[in-house]
Design a binder for this molecule. Structure first.
Ligand code: GDD
Ligand code: MG
Length: 393
């Protein structure tokens, strides 16, 4: 891959946020890893080395089987795939269908695939054993939500001994874009050897039909809102206006497992924006008590602009508005949020929701970092139980 070296970055405490990097060649060939003043050339074997140590986590909730299979088609073969499903298991058992479809697919592709169900009682028992009860609901199951599925995926990646983990949504129509995301994750980790690296993808475009023509929109509504508010927050602390954040709620992102275990997760769709907020709270050097609690290590956030258009299932306007509310809520309720930004956020909610007085932004449930999970107890319990998973090695 040939990829731009970040032109700018913003620093807050031990957190470095790099500006968006463009990709100039998806496959830059084999040979020497090198750079000139503006471009780094990462040979394909270096990318493969990263992928061999990477798990790709695919959260699924009642998606069409053809879409899920397409996503797996796009994941390069060195990666370990971890599918975390929260699909319905009633008279029509969608999870059973997913396992059958992926088992069949696995025979052709010879991929390493693990498929687990979010509501598997074995998972809930293992989390309880590891003293991480906050993830468990009144039915003694892991709570529903994308972030909750991501927590399971993260711990499964640790169980499988992976150094890196990345997320790709299961409702993506283009296997080629999935493949590109994974290459870019690997490129981000190749350019940043820091054990606390976060790679976040900004989609190049999202195709839409407008007046019978294809239009490639640059920003989705939720990114527009969360990026703007996160940048306003950064500007407040640095005193300089910035637009550095382009991936506030990037669903497609990857982290070193080391960093993933240190971050707090917010429930559902607030998870990505909250990762940014949590990084600033913990490592931004702004909150004195937080700075004292954590071991000061450097954290790098690397943002890469993909080239393929991104196309996924359309889930409706209300779903998007709810996602924006959730993202803004974690900014609003952060200790970092200044009064002036709170007013901006409420103004935004009022304008979008057309409600006067504005509805109060509900605080979102937060899960402590997985450092609070006793992983030895978790793995010991999990391995001793009869879990209902598909494992293809
Ligand atoms: N395991 C699990 N559990 N997966 C879930 C759950 C759940 O409870 N809920 C949703 N998913 C899966 C979906 O099947 C899909 O693959 C993925 O999570 C994302 O859910 P979508 O409902 O398709 O989200 P979206 O497309 O509106 O939003 C995406 O992009 C946003 C940025 O624009 C997500 O990735 C968001 O997290 C992201 O902020
Ligand atoms: Mg989607």
């Amino acid at each position: 891959m040939r990829i731009e070296i970040p032109r700018e970055s913003e620093r807050f405490g031990s957190l470095q946020i790099n500006g968006l990097q463009k990709v100039y060649e998806l496959d830059g060939g084999e040979g020497v890893h090198g750079q000139d003043t503006v471009i780094e050339r990462i040979p394909s074997e270096v990318l493969y080395d990263r992928m061999r140590e990477m798990a790709i986590i695919v959260p699924v909730k009642d998606e069409r089987l053809k879409l899920i299979e397409g996503v797996l088609v796009g994941i390069p073969s060195p990666c370990q795939v971890i599918v975390v499903s929260n699909s319905r298991r009633g008279s029509i058992d969608r999870f059973k269908m997913e396992k059958e479809a992926l088992e069949n697919y696995g025979k052709f592709a010879k991929k390493k695939i693990l498929v687990v169900h979010q509501k598997d009682p074995a998972l809930a028992q293992a989390f309880i054993e590891g003293s991480y009860e906050t993830l468990i609901d009144d039915n003694m199951e892991v709570r529903s939500g994308k972030a909750e599925g991501m927590i399971i995926g993260t711990i499964m990646a640790k169980w499988l001994g992976k150094k890196y983990l990345g997320f790709v949504d299961s409702d993506n129509y283009f296997p080629g874009s999935v493949m590109e995301y994974v290459y870019e994750y690997a490129a981000g980790f190749s350019m940043n050897s820091n054990i606390n690296t976060f790679v976040r993808i900004s989609w190049h475009s999202k195709p839409k039909i407008i007046e019978s023509n294809l239009f490639f929109a640059k920003w989705g509504r939720s990114s527009m809102n969360s990026n703007k508010m996160l940048n306003n927050l950064l500007s407040h602390f640095s005193g300089f206006e910035t637009e550095i954040v382009k991936t506030g709620n990037a669903g497609e992102h990857a982290l070193t497992t080391n960093l993933a275990l240190k971050l707090e997760f917010a429930s559902g769709y607030a998870v990505e924006t909250n990762h940014f907020i949590n990084l600033l709270e913990k490592y931004g050097g702004i909150i004195e008590e937080e700075a004292q609690k954590v071991k000061q290590e450097n954290i790098t956030v690397c943002q890469i602009e993909s080239r393929n258009p991104h196309m996924h299932e359309s889930k409706g306007d209300e779903h998007i508005e709810d996602m924006i509310d959730a993202s803004l809520s974690v900014i609003y309720h952060s200790k970092l949020c200044p009064e002036i930004l709170k007013q901006d956020i409420m103004e935004n909610v009022r304008a979008r929701r057309n409600k006067n007085p504005p509805r109060i932004i509900e605080p979102i449930r937060k899960y402590p970092s997985l450092e609070h999970l006793d992983t030895d107890e978790f793995f010991c319990k999990w391995e001793s139980l009869n879990f209902d998973a598909l494992i293809i090695r």
